[in-house]
Each structure stands twice: as C-alpha cells, then as structure tokens.
Ligand binder design. Structure first.
Ligand code: KIV
Length: 271
C-alpha cells in the first residue's frame, strides 16, 4: 500500500512521509480547470501552478511578465478542479523580492483569493527572511534552486547549473538554509544528477527534481512538455508521454476539411 493510498487529500505531511518511506513524489504543472481535473483524477500527488504559465499559456519568452493577479486567476481554476492533489502556486517575479512584508502579502493573496495549499518561490539565502515570515503566518513554502528562470537575465542561458564545485557548494548551503528557514520541500532544476542525489540525501525535506536526476525524492515536468504540446524544446531531461501537438493539429485539419466538404455536420448531428 502506498503512503497516500488510504488518505483523501495530499498534504505537506504526506510528502514528508513519502520521502521517509522511499515513495517517489509525482508533480506536474497545471494552469486551468480541465487539465487539472484530469491530473487530479489520475492521481498526481502535487500540482504546481507554475509561473511557466507566462511561457506556455501567455506566449512570453520568459517567466518575468506574469503578474500576481494572473497567477491567482490560474490558481483559482486549478483549485476548483482538485479534490486530492496538493496545489502549490508560484509567487511571480516582482511579487516577493522587494522585502519580506511584500512577500507575505503576496503569499496571503494567493492563499486567500485562490484557496491554494502553499506557495513556491525562487532563490537561496536572499529569500530566507521572506520564507520565515510566510511560514510564520502558517503558509507552506516550497523552495526552488539550480536553474531559477526568474533570474534568466542574470544567468544569460538556460544551461545546466552548478556543474563547478564552487556553485555546487553554494547550492548545497542554500538548500540547508531553505530547510532551516521552514521550507517543506525544495525543487531543484537542471543540475547534475550527482548533486541532486547529494542534496536529497542531506536534506530531511522532500527534494523534487526537474532535470536533477533520478535519485531525488520526486519529479516535476511542465504539462505542455510532458504531453508534447510544445514543439522545438527537447532538453535531455524531458520525456514526452504523448505527441499532442501532432494529434491536435491532425484533428484540426480533419475538422477544417469536414466543414469545407460539408461532411460535418451530417444528418445525425443536427436538430
Ligand atoms: O514554473 C514552473 O513550471 C516551475 C517548474 C519548472 C518547477 O517552476
């Protein structure tokens, strides 16, 4: 029997227990009601309303433009669909970096207006005061280290982070700081697998990877990548489970053809 087999709603405590029992955590992004309902009913453990909505839903090049109001709108739609999954919402760029009061206010808006179960934010030492304040208000916080897309203009590229020893040591130190500041979990993005394994073994809290190898405590993918809706994006860590781009495109072409040829609607498809 899996850890979550007997319970109705996944909580941060369930995830902790899954780590202790060696049960891997499954997490996907979601941004709308219909997809979230499918994921929730399929049994996903965690849904992340990621600020990647800025890319895959709004078509921006980076995650920076999405606003707190827009994140709340996406989160409300996802929450309405979920009866079992833990729903975590990204604090968007500009909604928490100013100071810990701003961070707390943004987290409270997400909890109150969307009914989320927790928030995620990016960064290490520099966000620890904010994490302590948000956790102190009773809001679960997930950290995010490694490739942190809100800092893309600082990094300059989306390449693998912390390959050198110095950056790896800083990352490990930051992971411990996030844990001691009260994070219930940590996302590690695009780092060497050996470093992912090291962090997961050193931390007590669950570590969820995206391109952080197989020895972390769980995996997350962006739904559009996992389902093959995005094109021309094939990082090594991505496994596509469907080719929805082709499926949707073919269905659309067939529909156009049926309308033009007067095949649709037929006698049985009208009143
Ligand atoms: O916004 C997002 O989709 C994320 C995942 C990549 C973890 O932060």
């Amino acid at each position: 029997m899996s850890v979550q087999g007997e319970i109705k709603r996944i909580t941060t405590h369930t995830l902790q227990s899954m780590k202790q029992h060696g049960e891997k955590i499954s997490m996907l992004t979601a941004y709308d009601f219909s997809m979230a309902r499918i994921f929730d009913e399929a049994g996903i453990d965690v849904l992340l309303v990621g600020d990647s909505a800025s890319n895959v839903m709004a078509g921006h090049e980076t995650t920076l433009p999405i606003t707190l109001d827009q994140m709340i709108y996406h989160a409300q739609s996802v929450i309405r669909a979920c009866h079992r999954s833990l729903v975590i919402v990204d604090l968007p760029f500009g909604s928490y970096q100013g100071n810990s009061k701003e961070a707390l206010n943004s987290a409270i808006r997400i909890m109150k207006e969307a009914g989320a179960h927790g928030i995620k934010l990016e960064g290490g030492e520099e966000v620890c005061d904010s994490i302590k304040r948000i956790v102190g208000a009773g809001v679960p916080v997930m950290g995010h280290l490694g490739l942190t897309p809100q800092s893309i203009y600082k990094f300059g590229t989306y390449s693998v982070r912390a390959k050198e020893e110095e950056e790896a040591e800083i990352l490990i130190n930051n992971a411990h700081l996030l844990q001691s500041s009260g994070c219930f979990s940590l996302v590690l993005e695009k780092i060497p697998a050996a470093l992912g394994a090291e962090v997961a073994s050193q931390l007590k809290i669950p570590v969820i990877g995206i391109g952080a190898g197989r020895h972390v405590d769980g995996q997350v993918l962006v739904m559009h990548d996992m389902l093959g809706i995005t094109k021309n994006f094939s990082p090594r860590f991505l496994r596509r489970y469907l080719d929805l781009y082709t499926g949707i495109s073919d269905a659309t072409k067939q529909y156009i053809s049926d309308v033009k040829s007067r095949d649709f609607p037929n006698e049985n498809e009208q009143y």
